[in-house]
Write a protein that binds this ligand. Structure first.
Ligand SMILES: *Cc1c(COP(=O)(O)O)cnc(C)c1O
Length: 394
């Protein structure tokens, strides 16, 4: 029934799996037949504090039964408090603009860079360089910024000018010219295959860019909000970018995006905006998410979960050296490189049948993004099921 309804009325942009989830508790989901699944995807890194989180539910409920939305024409208290928390936890001297998604946050970041080039370099600087295997979103501009030619379908041309991508950090230096205004990269490429960059290489690039007054934009839509074990991957890499974008894990499932920048006065009234961005409802949720995660990190529980998850992942990796080539990732953004794409597709299918949800990513990567609050029991059960699935593949 759901399948028929979906196929008849929803545009077909996804290759969908027809399961009907009805209930979620932390990293466990239940379908309409009460079959349970361990969720190693967290809705692609979104449900950072788990499904059915009662504290977040309560915060949303309280806010929803009062004010959900006023518009950005008036100051919004939970929005201001959330911006304060982002500044505090990022340990950066920043202000934040709130959007509704990752792509939108990256659009905002690109607008900041363009305005920087316009005001400081009379418009001579406007080009943004990204990296191969990156992913920055699905709007016309962010899809063009995405460093994968397969995304630049002629169906949607023409794309905006001023974007190019390089195959490695080292190549960025040569690609920079007088018209380059910003470099936009992920520190761990999520969609592109859970590929972390070397800390020294990133630090060196950051330093070089600062000397040349070229902006560094770090897309932390996937890596932000404790996914790598620190509030920002930028904190882990010990860099201070000009702009950081956030989205996925920030609202615990409520749509929200954020553009965080040290260029605190770049925008003036009218330069940018959003009807829904940063409204009472989503910022009330995100405030609660950050409160939960800050305490979770502080208590040492996040680091414990990361270490335990990694040890179980390592067991699987070593046991199935016939299937896996490499273990990749940081914190709770982890992956296993699979020998070929057919095998990867088979693993995901078999894992689903055994009751564990896993993701794919570029470069034939089996990607694991569990809720950050996943319990030890859920980790054990998820890997047991994954083991059962893998044992049926040769
Ligand atoms: C998911 C993702 C985006 C796009 O976010 P949306 O909310 O889908 O627009 C952008 N950048 C990175 C690194 C992502 O992982």
């Amino acid at each position: 029934m759901l399948e028929q309804l979906d196929k008849q009325y929803v545009l077909h942009t996804y290759a969908r799996n027809y399961v009907n989830f009805k209930k979620g508790i932390n990293a466990t989901l239940f379908d309409e037949n009460d079959k349970d699944y361990i969720d190693f995807t967290s809705g692609i890194g979104v449900v950072s504090v788990g499904h059915g989180n009662q504290e977040v539910a309560q915060a949303i409920c309280n806010q929803a039964s009062n004010i959900t939305h006023i518009s950005n024409l008036y100051a919004i208290e939970p929005q201001a408090k959330l911006a304060e928390k982002i500044a505090k936890y990022s340990q950066m001297d920043v202000r934040t603009f709130f959007a509704n998604s990752g792509a939108e946050a990256n659009e905002g970041a690109i607008k900041i860079a363009r305005k920087y080039g316009k005001t400081k370099y009379d418009g001579k600087r406007y080009k943004v360089i990204t990296l191969e295997h990156s992913f920055h979103g699905r709007t016309i501009t962010t899809v063009k910024a995405t460093g994968q030619s397969s995304f630049h379908s002629p169906n949607f041309a023409p794309y905006p000018d001023g974007f190019s991508f390089n195959s490695a950090i080292d190549d960025i230096y040569n690609a920079i010219d007088d018209e380059t205004v910003a470099i936009m990269i992920e520190l761990v490429q999520g969609e592109g295959g859970v590929q972390p960059f070397e800390k020294e290489a990133v630090q060196e690039l950051a330093k070089f860019l600062k000397q040349r007054d070229i902006l560094l934009i770090i897309d932390e839509v996937q890596t932000g909000v404790y996914r790598t074990g620190e509030f920002l991957a930028s904190n882990l890499y010990e860099i201070e970018p000009d702009i950081v974008t956030l989205a996925k894990g920030l609202g615990g499932g409520v749509p929200i995006g954020a553009v965080v920048t040290t260029h605190k006065d770049i925008f003036e009234a009218g330069d940018h905006g959003s009807t829904f961005g940063g409204n009472y409802l989503c910022t009330a949720a995100a405030n609660k998410v950050l409160d939960i995660l800050e305490e979770y990190k502080d208590s040492g529980a996040l680091d414990e979960a990361i270490i335990y998850f990694d040890s179980k992942l390592n067991e699987i990796f070593e046991k199935y050296s016939n299937l896996f080539l490499q273990k990749v990732g940081i914190g709770l953004i982890k992956g296993l490189r699979v020998k070929d794409s057919d095998t990867l597709a088979l693993i995901i299918k078999k894992a689903f049948a055994e009751g564990v949800l896993v993701l794919k990513a570029g470069r034939n990567t089996l990607r694991l993004l569990p809720p950050l609050t996943i319990s030890k029991d859920e980790i054990n059960e998820g890997f047991k099921r994954l083991d059962d699935a893998l044992s049926k593949i040769d």
